[in-house]
Design a protein around this ligand. Structure first.
Ligand code: OGA
Ligand code: NI
Length: 360
């Protein structure tokens, strides 16, 4: 490892490289790093920074506040179902969450990453199911090419607040408010999605039962050779719906019609995407979308992704109303917990976990 590094890095003098301390630690301790350590160099067919810009559908959620039969609700439901079918990714405006609540959440996440490594390591874990987890690169502890990301994840909605960080001191309050508001928002969108699928408006929420929310705070520091690596490899999210925001720095890319396209930051908005549970529930009508994160040489990027899915012990499978003789069950049933383990433990990303439960 050290050999590779000195060969790659010439004068940088990084003899000992403890990647487990994460990329923030690496750049803090090697401020003059001007080449990417070889372990982070990924085999990419072309520079991820060359992907063109795409405009994902923009949905005004205001209409969802109105009664079921109002014209504005009907048109918002239609717009959401069409966005789920064509893109699987959309931007929401008029979502009702104050900019100050969004900004505070990004701020406490940033303050968390700025803590000392020892402090952050109080939350370090190799267990993919741990309700609180700090780490670097991909989520799995299996051997893999390194990715330019540190992350911090924890559950929400279920009673795990006592496990969240005590430092920064306002972390728990800020994250609690943020996650509660985001849960409400996800259920509102989930109601529209259920309706758009021809199901009862409460279908998604009821099938979630107790429901699990997972917050992932991603930290992508400035990177010396961003064209050679990624912050996060291509993957689809295991939950049903993810609600994502970022600190004003671009980096999200999604796979649309087989090509990678960049989705830009728009202040005050969230991006919402279809995850594997929703693909399964809809029996394949809506497809989860592969996405990845690029990094850049100028600015640290922080993103906060919040996933929403059923309780860990629930069985996920297609809604029976959406399965008919013509269109048989396309996914075998599995508990959400087993599904997460299947997905998170693998170093093969993309949609490999979903393929493993596809019946054809
Ligand atoms: C994730 C994710 C994308 C980003 O955390 O699952 O896809 O833009 N993040 O950081
Ligand atoms: Ni994701």
């Amino acid at each position: 490892m050290a050999e590779n590094l000195s060969a790659e890095n010439g004068d940088d003098n990084i003899e000992i490289f403890d990647y487990k301390k994460g990329v923030k630690h690496l750049i803090d301790t090697s401020p003059h790093l001007n080449k990417l350590p070889s372990q982070y160099i990924l085999q990419l067919p072309k520079s991820p920074l060359s992907a063109p810009l795409a405009h994902v559908p923009v949905i005004d959620l205001h209409g969802l506040n109105n009664g079921s039969h109002s014209e504005s609700r009907v048109s918002a439901v239609k717009a959401i179902s069409s966005a789920c079918e064509t893109w699987g990714f959309f931007r929401i405006v008029n979502h009702g969450i104050k900019m100050s609540v969004m900004d505070e959440m990004v701020k406490v996440a940033e303050e968390f990453f700025e803590l000392s490594w020892d402090e952050k390591m109080k939350y370090g874990s190799e267990d993919v199911m741990s309700p609180v987890r700090y780490g670097t690169s991909l989520n799995t502890s299996k051997k893999h090419s390194l990715h330019w990301r540190d992350y911090f994840r924890h559950y929400g909605h279920q009673n795990t607040l006592h496990l969240w960080p005590l430092n920064p001191p306002n972390y728990r309050n800020v994250a609690k408010e943020y996650l509660e508001e985001i849960w409400e928002l996800a259920m509102k969108i989930g109601g529209a999605i259920s309706e758009g699928l021809g199901l009862d408006q409460n279908y998604l929420e009821e099938s979630f039962g107790e429901g699990l929310q997972i917050l992932a705070a991603n930290y992508y520091p400035k990177c010396p050779q961003p064209e050679k690596t990624l912050g996060l490899a291509a993957h689809s999210d295991h939950g049903a719906l993810t609600i994502l925001m970022q600190n004003g720095v671009n980096g999200l890319q999604i796979k649309h019609n087989q090509d990678w396209v960049s989705v830009h930051h728009v202040p005050g908005t969230f991006l919402v995407n279809v995850g594997d549970c929703l693909e399964i529930l809809s029996n394949g009508k809506y497809k989860s979308v592969e996405h990845r994160a690029t990094v850049n040489a100028q600015r640290t990027r922080i993103s906060i992704a919040v996933g929403h899915g059923p309780a860990l012990s629930s069985t996920i499978g297609p809604a029976s109303q959406l399965v008919d003789q013509k269109d048989s069950v396309r996914y075998r049933s599995i508990t959400y917990k087993d599904y997460i383990e299947l997905q998170q433990s693998s170093t093969i990303r993309g949609k490999s976990a979903l393929q493993a439960v596809t019946t054809k």
